[in-house]
Design a protein around this ligand. Structure first.
Ligand SMILES: *Cc1c(COP(=O)(O)O)cnc(C)c1O
Length: 386
């Protein structure tokens, strides 16, 4: 039974709400990633720090040998602090500030994923001031849709991210003129929570076309970075606790035509950390309405915003009750109507004091927490040190 995976006794003395991370599952997930990439020549995985920057998790991920994919100066700092080697840090982002670029330069990070010509010029200027040459990859917008929520597709022409493919030649020419940047690769990222491998296949086809075009100019880049986006099973966190990395990496191995000596980089966030995390919350009140009953809990969207932000589904379990199932709306205490975790779901009959586990919350959970309503930020506890 799923409840068996939680040390409920230990939970009783901890102030709720809090995040609980199963480090054993995280380590097993990382082992699977390493096994699957190990089958393919030149595959390198970076962890997308924005999914969860809890320092304990970062350390475990760094120990497994992954690199770090950052989207801000703060994430570069967190990665360096967690011990990621600077030559394994990549930095993307549509709006990099000067101090953030300087931080990347000072740390000699592996690569800046550049999203516009003005940005390229600024990196060149700042690198020149330090007498350095910055390695850059161009983030191209492949105009590939992903079958996922509209708010989390990034690879369509209408999105703010990346450089249009039709501008690829122009940016490469521009980079060649600038002495303090070195063009080393192409970068892509089409979205998140993608479960349909044909979306990744579409990206592979696009990359192949671009590589053919570049070859006509006798350019073979050293690095191709296909971003992240592999989804997880929010419905079945127990049955499918490790995502299907085999299909994911095999798809790229089969469909993307790497040139000799090229390295293929991945930036996985959600697929690495989502399933190992749960938000543990205490039931405050059971309120019976005319048509339904509410389980009012002490966690709100300040602790986990995904349901409010993109109607995301998280499986919820009552981990302190074996009573028969009843239907509940699980809602938080925040003064906003969107502060709802789930509507009309079945839970073992709940009473005041029961602990609920909101599952698959390791990615884009703790890191997105806010202090709205002057609430406290949730603490993250590790299963091996709790
Ligand atoms: C968010 C992001 C990722 C990670 O996405 P996941 O869906 O969590 O795997 C990777 N690369 C870039 C550039 C991103 O913005």
């Amino acid at each position: 039974m799923a409840k068996g995976i939680f040390p409920v006794e230990k939970f009783q003395s901890i102030q709720t709400p809090f995040y609980y991370y199963n480090t054993e599952l995280l380590r097993a997930t990382l082992r699977t990633i390493n096994e699957e990439t190990g089958r393919h020549q030149g595959f390198v995985v970076h962890y997308a720090v924005k999914a969860n920057a809890n320092p304990h998790l970062l350390r475990i991920i760094r120990e497994a040998g992954l690199g770090a994919d950052c989207v801000s100066g703060g994430e570069i700092e967190a990665s360096v602090k967690a011990g990621f080697p600077c030559q394994k840090i990549v930095y993307a982002g549509v709006g990099k500030s000067d101090w953030e670029i300087n931080l990347g330069l000072d740390n000699d990070i592996f690569c800046f994923n550049v999203e516009s010509i003005p940005e390229l010029e600024v990196i060149n200027e700042l690198a020149a001031a330090k007498g350095k040459v910055a390695r850059v990859a161009f983030r191209l917008n492949p105009n590939v849709g992903a079958h996922t929520h509209a708010n989390i597709t990034t690879g369509l022409a209408e999105n703010k991210f990346g450089i249009a493919m039709s501008d690829m030649d122009t940016v490469i020419d521009e980079a060649e003129k600038l002495p303090n940047v070195k063009f080393v690769g192409l970068h892509f990222h089409i979205g998140s929570q993608i479960l349909d491998m044909s979306d990744f296949e579409a990206l592979c086809n696009r990359v192949n076309e671009l590589q053919d075009k570049l070859e006509k100019r006798r350019i073979i880049v050293e690095h191709i970075n296909v971003g992240g986006g592999l989804g997880i099973d929010y419905e079945h966190p127990n049955r499918l606790s490790i995502p299907d990395f085999k299909s994911y990496f095999d798809t790229y191995a089969k469909k993307l035509k790497l040139r000799p000596g090229q390295t293929l980089h991945f930036e996985l966030g959600r697929a690495v950390v989502a399933q190992c995390g749960s938000l543990i919350t205490r039931t405050l009140y059971i309120k019976k309405g005319a048509q339904k009953q509410f389980a009012i809990v002490d966690a709100g969207f300040t602790d986990l915003i995904r349901p409010a932000l993109y109607q995301a589904y998280h499986k919820i379990e009552n981990i302190t009750s074996d009573e028969p199932m009843e239907a509940y709306d699980v809602v938080g205490p925040i003064c906003e109507s969107t502060d709802v975790f789930a509507k009309q779901i079945d839970l073992n009959k709940a009473k005041r004091g029961d602990l609920l586990a909101i599952r698959s919350a390791g990615a884009y959970g703790e890191i997105m927490a806010s202090q709205y309503n002057c609430r406290k930020l949730p603490i993250g506890y590790m299963s091996d040190t709790i």
